[in-house]
Write a protein that binds this ligand. Structure first.
Ligand code: KG4
Ligand code: ZN
Length: 364
């Protein structure tokens, strides 16, 4: 048994977060001793999205508070941690610089080793922190800047088998919310509205379902939502029920695409690992907080012989515990990396698919 304690720091988008996690990388199911997250929703709400300069300033103000609270709550002195893990990318450069500088200062003062972490690997390894999922497993990573199907073989060893050719699903949720004046954060607002809606009222597309492979597309769906909205406004204005029906229709279309492509990703996984019995299928990232999507994925997974895992909602959106855990696995595996903040930082080593168009999300 090799129990390691890691402080994790995350500020790559609009959450300033720090956490202390303890565990054994070979076993998984780490203990989250503390998990402090300061969100910045109030600061960005008036602008309808994350403003990078405002985010950077808020991170710089809150990072040291988040770290000291995380250590206090965990009742762990900095001297007692084995390593300090920090997100170095991908993300908004201001927040990444602040976190890296904060971690370097802590390391200099304490003599503790630094572990640079890819934010996406933090999401990808969360099912090991929460459920001890065994390698290799299939992962659907759905967030504000990404949509990735990954075969996760080990820390630092990920194969991308599908991605979005345009928008990320979270981006589509956020833009739908914006079009319908629902405010931020878009995903939860759309989900809440959709609860009272009729998902079948509007005929919305399920893009790329007619093409082979695991790549997805959300920009056509987003445009279809805009066209329905414009049509309704031109007719007689939008009622509360119209908004609810459109949200429900959009959410159902997103679910259908992600569920359908996940089934294909499972077939691909089976080709590569025919001997793995009841392999794990995990969903993570901010959009994995969507209950309709989770339910759709869970239902489908049962019929495919995979074991479904979805981290608790608080560990789906950005947090420090996932960075601490990814750092812990990397530290125990002796993996290193440089401490240079990287706004773009692919998680997988295999090249992008030929149709990938390189849309510029905050996390791309
Ligand atoms: O992983 P995350 O916290 O940050 C990134 O790395 O992007 O994901 C944030 C994204 C946002 O686009 C947000 O609208 C979306 O996740 N999201 C949701 C829900 N909760 C958060 N999308 C759909 N339904 C939700 N309940
Ligand atoms: Zn994220």
């Amino acid at each position: 048994m090799c129990v390691t304690t890691v402080l994790g720091i995350e500020s790559s988008c609009d959450e300033t977060a720090a956490a202390v996690v303890r565990g054994d990388a070979r076993i998984g199911r780490g203990e989250i001793l503390s998990n402090i997250v300061f969100d910045q929703m109030d600061l960005h709400a008036a602008y309808g999205g994350v403003v990078p300069e405002i985010a950077a300033r808020a991170h710089a103000e809150k990072l040291d508070i988040a770290v000291s609270r995380a250590l206090d709550e965990a009742k762990v002195a900095l001297d007692a941690v084995d390593a300090i893990a920090v997100t170095v990318g991908p993300g908004l450069i201001g927040g990444l610089i602040s976190a890296v500088a904060c971690a370097q200062g802590l390391a200099l003062g304490s003599g503790k080793p630094l572990v640079p972490v890819n934010h996406l690997e933090g999401h990808a390894l969360t099912p090991r922190l929460t459920d001890g999922l065994a390698y290799p497993y299939l992962m659907l990573l759905v967030s504000g800047g990404h949509c990735l199907f990954l075969i996760v073989r080990g820390p630092g060893d990920h194969e991308r088998i599908g991605t979005t050719i345009d928008d990320a699903p979270g981006e589509a949720f956020d833009k739908t919310a914006k079009m319908l004046d629902l405010g931020i954060p878009g995903g939860p607002k759309v989900e809440a509205k959709a609860m009272g809606g009729d998902a079948g009222r509007f005929a919305l597309p399920r893009p790329l379902m007619d093409r082979p492979g695991c790549d997805v597309s959300f920009s056509g769906l987003k445009t279809a939502v805009r066209m329905v909205r414009d049509g309704l406004i031109a007719e007689s204005g939008m009622s509360e029920q119209d908004v609810a029906d459109l949200c429900a229709g959009f959410q159902a279309a997103s679910r259908d695409v992600l569920v359908g492509k996940s089934r294909r990703a499972m077939a691909r996984f089976r080709e590569e690992f025919p001997a793995v019995d009841a392999p794990g299928f995990a969903v993570a990232g901010g959009v994995a907080a969507n209950t309709v999507l989770r339910a759709g994925l869970k239902d489908m997974t049962q019929g495919e012989g995979f074991a479904f895992t979805a981290p608790p909602l608080a560990l789906c959106t950005d947090n420090g515990a996932m960075i601490a855990w990814a750092g812990l696995e990397r530290f125990e595996a002796g993996l290193t990396g440089d401490m240079v903040p990287k706004p773009r930082f692919p998680i997988a080593s295999n090249p992008m698919t030929s149709i990938w168009s390189g849309k510029r999300g905050a996390k791309v």
